[in-house]
Design a protein around this ligand. Structure first.
Ligand SMILES: Nc1ncnc2c1ncn2[C@@H]1O[C@H](COP(=O)(O)OP(=O)(O)O)[C@@H](O)[C@H]1O
Ligand SMILES: [Mg+2]
Length: 264
């Protein structure tokens, strides 16, 4: 493995995952280059969330490799992939604690880059780290349009706002690669453009993004490339503008009896 500047930030090699007899991912291989915004598409049940879960260590892989800037991370547990390797992620259906405010949830996502948890025995350092985490959380909540609700219980947020808080939490770890699972599902349409703008700004600052998304407007606005899954196989890797002409993509959405109007 070279360390040239052209090295992909993420390499997925022949990844396989089954749940019992259900082969959810088979021979999945793709690369993500630094600075890309890759849309991960596919009909419901095609394995998108499972792919994010296996890359980020939330599900064990059965076979294959996951490399982050050339380093194999396929056997690492999720907490190390997040906090040591700098891979942030959000969940398709985020649930939030009832007893914590929005800003407390964001601050709790601070990782050891801020020295937050490692300094709890040292009160001065802990105070400094808490102040740093609070400042970071405050800035990110503002960026993701949650300033007005930051003192509400996190469980009181709408589904869309929980998605935004999930993005804030992922960003607290200052990831180099951010993987988002349907960030705009359930988000009010007025907010979607703001999310696109926020993600574009992050990308301009150097963040690489992989985004599971159905909304074609969002994909065209944001993504530099799309990778399409169908029943656990990658069937296409192309520019957003080429999706509508790609036979394999059309087959994936139409052949399986799926009703995703977006790709039809
Ligand atoms: N933890 C799990 N246990 C058993 N089956 C699962 C689990 N997670 C996902 N699956 C199955 O894997 C398949 C793909 O699911 P998923 O990755 O959620 O698809 P997508 O995100 O593309 O809609 C589905 O058949 C789903 O039922
Ligand atoms: Mg999913």
């Amino acid at each position: 493995m070279t360390t040239s500047t052209h090295q992909p930030i993420l390499q997925v090699r022949s990844l396989a995952k089954a749940f019992g007899g259900n082969k959810v991912l088979q021979d999945v291989s793709f690369d993500v280059q630094p600075g890309e915004i890759v849309g991960l598409l596919g009909p419901n049940g095609s394995g998108k969330s499972t792919l994010l879960n296996t890359i980020t260590g939330f599900e064990a892989i059965d076979a294959g490799q996951v490399l982050l800037q050339g380093k194999s991370i396929g056997a690492l547990p999720a907490h190390r992939i997040v906090s040591d390797e700098g891979v942030g992620r959000t969940f398709q259906l985020p649930s939030m604690p009832t007893k914590m405010s929005v800003i407390e949830v964001a601050m709790a996502a601070a990782t050891k880059q801020h020295g937050f948890w490692g300094t709890l025995l040292n009160s001065r350092a802990a105070r400094d780290a808490e102040a740093a985490a609070r400042a970071k959380a405050t800035a990110l909540l503002d960026e993701l349009l949650l300033t007005k609700v930051r003192d509400l219980p996190a469980s009181a947020l709408s589904g869309g706002q929980k998605k935004l808080l999930g993005i804030v939490c992922a960003l607290m770890g200052e990831p180099r690669l951010l993987m988002l699972d349907e960030p705009t599902a359930g988000v009010h349409p007025n907010l979607r453009n703001d999310i696109v703008s926020a993600l574009k700004r992050l990308n301009e600052q150097g963040m690489t993004l992989v985004v599971v998304e159905h909304d074609m407007h969002f994909i065209r606005e944001l993504c530099t490339r799309c990778v399409v899954l169908d029943r656990g196989h990658i069937v296409a890797s192309c520019a957003p503008a080429e999706l509508a002409q790609n036979e394999r993509v059309l087959q994936a959405y139409l052949g399986g009896g799926n009703k995703h109007k977006e790709a039809a």
